[in-house]
Write a protein that binds this ligand. Structure first.
Ligand code: GLP
Length: 250
């Protein structure tokens, strides 16, 4: 495993470091293709990127992005759709052209065809240069939930109760939390040239230890990242257990 782990005292430092990695890549390769994640963890990186853009340190004009996932069953304009999330936290603040920013369209009439279209689009743009990833408390990546088997390409997934409970904080009632989503598959995620896994908070300490140091299993989708040739983990120190530190040899 070619893994680099960077431990930070604060979430602000982690976010700055994550944004700097992205900006450095863009400045070297303006046409870079990014895989983008949602959830609470990347918000700080997106804030930093917006700030660096406003300071003229970077341009996204020639870049392309593919989001990992989107809820099924809520309109695109719903405040908790990942479309709205990306507008709010990143896209409205930077110069990435809308036609180069892709998010699965969960309001398409034929969802299966939309999944195929999405995979084709990713393929047509070549390889994802850098994939940003968070990790769910149950070890999911994107919305690839723990299971006996995992799918490689973009597909529809039924969200686990764990995931729906974790995401209930963004909705008024549990009933409003979507039950399904479209997600990139683990095959697509693992094809990225580089993966930036971002982890914050003591509540992720146990799952990240198991993901990075335990057996590789589809029952813990993030454990598959151990097989990736270029994985960078940005993590706050409260999420690092002694075993994680010891076994990842930092
Ligand atoms: C969500 C997203 C994931 C994200 C994860 C963790 O459900 N689909 O892409 O990584 O949950 O989110 P958070 O960063 O809020 O803990």
């Amino acid at each position: 495993m070619e893994m680099r782990m960077m431990i930070f005292k604060s979430y602000e430092e982690l976010s700055e470091a994550g944004a700097t990695i992205i900006v450095d890549l863009l400045n070297q390769k303006p046409k870079a293709v990014f895989g983008l994640a949602t959830g609470g963890t990347p918000v700080g990186i997106y804030e930093q990127l917006s700030k660096m853009y406003s300071e003229h340190k970077v341009s996204f004009k020639e870049a392309t992005s593919f989001n990992l996932d989107e809820y099924v069953g809520i309109p695109q304009q719903h405040p908790e759709s990942y479309y709205s999330y990306m507008q709010q936290h990143l896209f409205q603040h930077i110069d990435l052209p809308a036609e180069q920013a892709f998010i699965p369209n969960s309001n398409a009439e034929q969802l299966k065809e939309e999944c195929e279209r999405y995979d084709l689009l990713i393929q047509q743009n070549g390889q994802v240069d850098l994939q940003i990833l968070g990790i769910g408390h149950n070890g999911h990546i994107g919305f690839n939930e723990p299971a006996q088997g995992l799918l490689s390409g973009t597909h529809i997934v039924e969200l686990s109760d764990d995931t729906r409970r974790a995401n209930a904080r963004f909705f008024d009632t549990m009933d409003q939390v979507p039950k399904f989503a479209i997600t990139m598959g683990v095959g697509t995620i693992l094809k990225a040239r580089q993966i930036l896994l971002i982890v914050k908070g003591a509540d992720k300490a146990d799952i990240i230890e198991r993901a990075l140091t335990g057996p590789i299993t589809t029952e813990l989708p993030a454990s598959l990242l151990q097989t990736h040739p270029h994985l960078t983990v940005l993590i706050t120190e409260d999420a690092v257990t002694p075993a994680t530190k010891e076994r990842t040899r930092v």
